[in-house]
Design a protein around this ligand. Structure first.
Ligand code: MD3
Ligand code: FE
Length: 220
């Protein structure tokens, strides 16, 4: 149970539903790092534009659009969820991970190995992400680190079972959320975006960007 920095959400912090290993660093990303990372996203979009992931089997589109940085990226289509080295539409390798993101990972996670995937999620004002567990990584002991930009999101996290009670709080521009320990295996999702609560570079559009840094393979 840990919420660091400003405006600690007392309700959430006091909750017994707050998963062990979940740490929210509010307003951790300063203006310089914010600028660098969003610039890198704008550049990545020229080489690796957002694609629309689809549900395995049925092909139902996600409302969230995605791209990746790094040697491997997360994709989803009719044949399933997986990590792969190339963009599903252009067939080209994902652009390299910005060094600032690797440095942030080292600073916060203190994990021995660097991240291999940086999944960039774009939420338009009406996008959401249903409750799910991230389990496509081989290294399930590695933490996941999330960075939020633009509009506020209502984030929800529960336990290892879908029906476990959940705790909900906002993720705002500049927040960094660390999922280690038990939290890594918990159901979580984004209920909604609060339109008009934040800005993104115009070429990206209105809404929210979330970047998750992941270690995918086991051992260095
Ligand atoms: C808790 N993204 O990309 S970030 C995802 O805001 C994802 O875009 C959400 O869930 C977003 O898979 C939430 C925070 C997050 C990311 C991964 C987690 C929380 C997590 C993995 C395990 C537990
Ligand atoms: Fe997730």
């Amino acid at each position: 149970m840990t919420i660091k920095r400003r405006r600690a959400n007392k309700m959430a912090a006091a909750s017994s539903r707050w998963p062990e290993g979940l740490t929210l660093h509010q307003q951790y990303i300063g203006p310089d790092l914010r600028h660098h990372v969003l610039d890198a996203v704008v550049r990545v979009l020229r080489e690796a534009p957002f694609f629309t992931p689809r549900m395995p089997r049925w092909g139902t589109p996600f409302s969230v659009r995605m791209t990746n940085f790094g040697p491997i990226g997360w994709v989803s289509d009719k044949s399933g969820y997986r990590y792969q080295a190339t963009h599903p539409e252009t067939g080209r390798p994902w652009p390299p991970m910005p060094p600032e993101l690797i440095a942030l990972w080292e600073e916060i996670t203190e994990y021995l190995y660097p991240p291999e995937a940086a999944l960039v999620n774009f939420y338009g004002p009406r996008a959401r992400m249903g409750l799910h567990v991230d389990a496509d990584e081989e290294d399930l002991d590695a933490p996941i680190l999330s960075l939020s930009f633009g509009c506020e999101a209502v984030f929800r996290i529960g336990g290892r079972k879908r029906e476990d009670p959940t705790v909900s709080f906002r993720l705002r521009d500049g927040d960094v959320l660390l999922m280690g320990g038990k939290a890594r295996h918990c159901y979580h999702g984004v209920d909604r975006i609060l339109p008009g609560t934040g800005e993104l570079p115009e070429v990206i559009g209105a809404g929210r960007i979330n970047i998750t840094l992941r270690r995918v393979t086991s051992a260095g």
